[in-house]
Design a protein around this ligand. Structure first.
Ligand code: ZN
Length: 426
């Protein structure tokens, strides 16, 4: 026989006595069946109550197939409950958790009916989560206007503080009620009425009046599985959510020294400003790098290409330089600026304090393989790198070797041209 459910008719009952009908001990928990209980077991989208039985914490409550409600305590070991089988015990339900669940679940009934009235969208499922709750509604093209309309209707019902009642009816009686959805149970059906607004079969714990639900707020919505998932918060959760949202909005506005409502416009302006500044910085960087490339070329020796097969220019400039604290992108741009000015090779390095980075590049009219040259150089830096014949990049952790590695690469390049030595035109 199923446990008598005291919460069915009185969801405000938080302290009660009952007698222990059965105790079952498993290695990690004690399962207690009472003759009657006000503890709500997980089901219908609503999580279980918690609380205590004779001072022992009840961490979970479930219902078995026979309709018995199982109160789960942990750990087994030192619990006094097994010795109390058949005795009367004092039971206490965690009031704030119960109130929270009542607010979310009653809020769901109100919101579900509000969606029916606002846009004909039926609720297909409900989940009461630890932070926020969701309903999946039958709405194909959801918009802000649907959300606002349903929110308006729902909160009007709250502000009118409509009475909410529990009815225990037969199937025949239920058939005559304007139920929002069909009942899934047989025999006696429990129906929750929100006066003049909604009738729904439900086994959950509900508020006595709509006012107890508090504010009903839709946080967000998204399309999911050909339905619309609506995330909402009610009562104390709505208050907590409002505080958080207000705090965030105020913090953003304070950064701009504007009032809270002007925050988004200020952020938008800052983003636009940032974009145009980035563009301007890039333009100035281009100018600066072009100048720097010219200077490097002026300071660099010309190397004869005599002895280089397939080389069109008779001479090229060999630029080698180690630059302090340059980012890789900037170094790459500088290398391009060098090699686009004429026959040249750029062997550039930088050191950001933790690793050494290299960019090797050459103009299109030279046959050297920068990828192969750079791979060797990176080995000496204790790292890796590579790329194409025209340009390659890499690096390694041995900062101290950076200058030497570039010198060696330059020497290899020059020696490779003519085994009898190089000839500088400077
Ligand atoms: Zn319900």
């Amino acid at each position: 026989m199923g446990t008598e459910r005291l919460y069915y008719t009185d969801s405000g009952l938080l302290e009660f006595t009952a007698s222990i009908a059965e105790v079952l001990e498993t290695p990690d928990a004690t399962h207690i069946v009472l003759d009657r209980t006000a503890f709500y077991p997980t089901g219908g989208g609503q999580p279980n109550d918690t609380g205590s039985i004779n001072g022992t914490q009840i961490i979970d409550v479930a219902e078995d197939e026979a309709g018995r409600i199982i109160h789960i305590a942990r750990p087994a070991g030192d619990s006094v409950l097994p010795s109390l089988a058949g005795k009367t015990v004092e039971c206490v339900i965690d009031a704030s958790r119960r109130l929270d669940h009542m607010q979310q679940h009653s809020g769901q009934h109100i919101l579900s009916q509000a969606f029916v009235q606002a846009c004909g969208a039926e609720t297909r499922s409900f989940h009461l989560g630890a932070a926020a709750s969701t309903i999946d509604i039958d709405l194909q093209t959801p918009g802000d206007e649907h959300m606002r309309a349903a929110e308006e209707i729902a909160n009007r019902v709250v502000f009118e503080d409509r009475p909410m009642r529990v009815h225990l009816v037969s199937e025949a009686e239920a058939a005559r009620l304007p139920l929002r959805k069909e009942s899934a149970v047989q025999g006696t059906i429990r129906v929750i009425e929100i006066e003049g607004f909604d009738w729904s079969p439900c086994g959950g714990t509900h508020a006595g009046r709509a006012g107890q639900v508090g504010l009903i707020a839709i946080r967000s919505f998204e399309r999911a599985k050909r339905m619309t998932r609506v995330e909402f918060v009610c009562g104390r959760r709505a208050l907590a959510d409002y505080r958080l949202a207000n705090q965030s909005a105020t913090a953003v506005a304070r950064q701009f020294s504007v009032d809270r409502e002007s925050g988004p416009a200020s952020v938008e302006r800052a983003i636009q400003e940032n974009k145009s500044l980035k563009r301007r910085v890039r333009e100035l960087l281009e100018i600066a790098l072009r100048e720097e490339a010219s200077r490097l070329l002026d300071q660099s020796p010309g190397i004869s290409t005599t002895g280089v097969p397939d080389s069109a220019p008779a001479e090229f400039k060999l630029v080698q330089s180690v630059l302090r604290d340059r980012d890789l992108e900037e170094l790459r741009m500088l290398a391009w600026k060098v090699v686009e000015k004429g026959p040249s090779v750029a062997l550039l390095g930088t050191n950001d304090g933790s690793s050494a980075r290299l960019i090797f590049a050459r103009s299109a009219d030279l046959p050297f393989n920068m990828g192969a040259l750079l791979a060797k150089a990176c080995e000496a830096l204790g790292g890796r790198g590579g790329g194409k014949p025209e340009m390659a990049q890499g690096g390694g952790p041995n900062l101290a070797n950076l200058e030497a590695v570039i010198q060696v690469a330059a020497a290899q390049l020059v020696l490779g041209i003519d085994p009898h030595g190089s000839r500088s035109s400077q």
